[in-house]
Design a binder for this molecule. Sequence first.
Ligand code: NAD
Ligand code: ZN
Length: 359
Amino acid sequence: MYKNIKNIDKIVFGRGSFNQLDEIIEPIRKENNKYFVFIVDDFFKGKELEKRLPLHNKDIVKFVFTGKDEPKTSQIDQLRDEIMNTQGLPSGVVGIGGGSAMDIAKALSVMFAQEGSSTLYQGLNLAKNPGVYHLGIPTISGTGAECSTTAVLTGPEKKLGIKCEYTPFNQLILDSELTATVPKDKWFYTGMDCYIHCIESSTGRLYNTFSKAYGDTSLDLCRQVYLGENSGQTPENAEKLMVASLFGGLSLSYSEVGVCHALSYGLSYVFGTRHGIANCISFNVLDDYYPQGLQEFREMLETHNISLPKNLAQTWTEEQITKMAEIAYALSHMWDHALGVDWQTKLNLDIIKDLFRRM
Ligand code: NAD
Ligand code: ZN
């Protein structure tokens, strides 16, 4: 059986395209209780973008703080209950920000139409009813959350996405002007999420012509942005990285992430380490799995003077290392893609623990 991929319905791409938001959602405003919910990364609170939000009288703006924790199931449940109890079902949700704000918007739109806690829907095709219209506007590039079929949430027991055909956005607005203010370290770490997606996608068993076509273009753009003659945070590179992120995500829609993301999820679960940097820390110990990608990754680190935190494992307890290894081991779809269907014969908790001890 081949995957039947649910893609984004509509995309606007171009500098300044944020200005089209009002016009784009106008026809949707007649749905449900005739108002929109805007989930906005709180970096934009008090900034020019806040003034540019096309708010109509009943609209709700929720600024989400993404500086510390990644999206949680409890946060989604609380947002949904609070909004439903005050204004009922909205016409739609707009998510403006990075992977976190976009995943909150995606999860919320699905959860508006499901009963009970979002923990019940972490997994594949568990949501039964279509959610409300949702529109994504990335303001930092790399995760591919703008086009993926998953909304990653950390719950009491696991970090796992709500993954179903109702999760992908109905509409994207890709305006690279919005990424101009991203600080250099975040630009690097989140951008590397994209680079690592492509390396992991291309080195596993699910890789196919579809994944390769998107992945090759994405990798080429990442190389221009991070290693090219005019590398760095320029407006031209901001456009390239936005497309690289989208194409990296599309490459994954037919493929999978691998060893790096499995370890990274463990790190984020136990220590709350942000996804981008958690990936970089994890990738840096994977010489046995991704030697070529690592060589290039280290060139990128050097080119942009990024130094990764070192000797982290020295302060970790055995219990923490075991918990991370268990979280990583449970991500069977990633190991299956990276190591093959017989991955369990090649992997055990001790091998994973050793990798964590190298961090
Ligand atoms: P993020 O959204 O967690 O945080 C981004 C940070 O950058 C925040 O501190 C934010 O305030 C800041 N920021 C965003 N835009 C800015 C701008 N224009 N100027 C200045 N600062 C800005 O970071 P991320 O790396 O984009 O996303 C990571 C999250 O995405 C994790 O929760 C991860 O699990 C999830 N993720 C999801 C998918 C998916 O397919 N759904 C894929 C990869 C990662
Ligand atoms: Zn990722």
